[in-house]
Write a protein of this length. Structure first.
Lengths: 119, 124
């Protein structure tokens, strides 16, 4: 019986694994960005870094990881708190509205990111 | 999953241990980061667009309010990362006992305070 039709991988175990793999990728990416900023990079260095194919691929990987990670996280939070048990009948409506808004925002982030990298 | 089972979840009367506080904070910082990502993407977009854009972001970040917003996002990122690393460590079976959980939670809070102060010093 499939109940969790809105979860990322339709399986808790799959979501659990995706959440960890994407989390490690995001951690590596933010450490890379943080290290660059701490090194006192200027505009030329910053711009040159994002011209590199490797950095663009890494950034796209981080963006796609963010999409999966954010969906699993927002799904977990919304299915725990925006529920019929917590909020009554309107909980179901609120949860659906919240999840649609999250999906849209994730879509915007991914498209925006691609536009930044290759626009 | 039986939906009809009774559930007792009155947050007003439940005394939450530190492990519960760090867990809910992990969730809250996750939600903050999800929306804060718009700010970071804006900064990335503008700073990469042109030298003027880079300077515009730098100018913007000289304001007190902007510094507070960035510090908040960075602190949320630090906390969320440390709590995430704690999860990975626990997935390997380390610190799964009650004492281990409390110790892990305290480490996450202590690590966040130290790194958040360093980040604040760097931002200002």
């Amino acid at each position: 019986m499939v109940r969790a039709v809105t979860s990322f991988g339709r399986s808790g175990l799959s979501d659990w694994l995706v959440q960890r793999v994407s989390g490690v990728i995001l951690l590596a990416y933010f450490i890379c960005i943080g290290g660059t900023l701490l090194s006192g990079v200027d505009y030329e260095g910053w711009h040159a870094m994002f011209q590199l194919t490797s950095m663009r691929i890494f950034t796209l990987l981080a963006l796609l990881s963010l999409a999966a990670h954010a969906w699993i996280g927002m799904w977990s939070v919304s299915t725990d708190y925006l529920t019929e048990r917590m909020l009554g009948e309107r909980g179901n409506l609120l949860r659906l509205a919240f999840q649609i808004a999250c999906a849209l925002l994730i879509f915007v982030y991914v498209i925006w990111g691609i536009q930044i990298l290759w626009g | 999953m039986k939906d009809k089972r009774p559930v007792y979840l009155d947050f007003g009367t439940i005394r939450m241990p530190i492990t519960a506080w760090t867990s809910i904070t992990h969730r809250i910082t996750g939600v903050i980061l999800f929306f804060g990502m718009a700010v970071l993407l804006w900064a990335l977009d503008t700073s990469l667009g042109s030298a003027e854009g880079w300077n515009a972001v730098a100018d913007c970040l000289s304001g007190v309010l902007a510094k507070l917003v960035i510090w908040g996002i960075v602190t949320a990122l630090i906390y969320h990362s440390l709590a995430g690393i704690k999860h990975l460590v626990m997935d390997f079976g380390v610190g799964e006992s009650m004492e281990g959980g409390v110790r892990g939670a305290r480490l996450v809070v202590a690590g966040t305070v130290v790194l958040a102060l360093l980040a604040g010093a760097w931002i200002w």
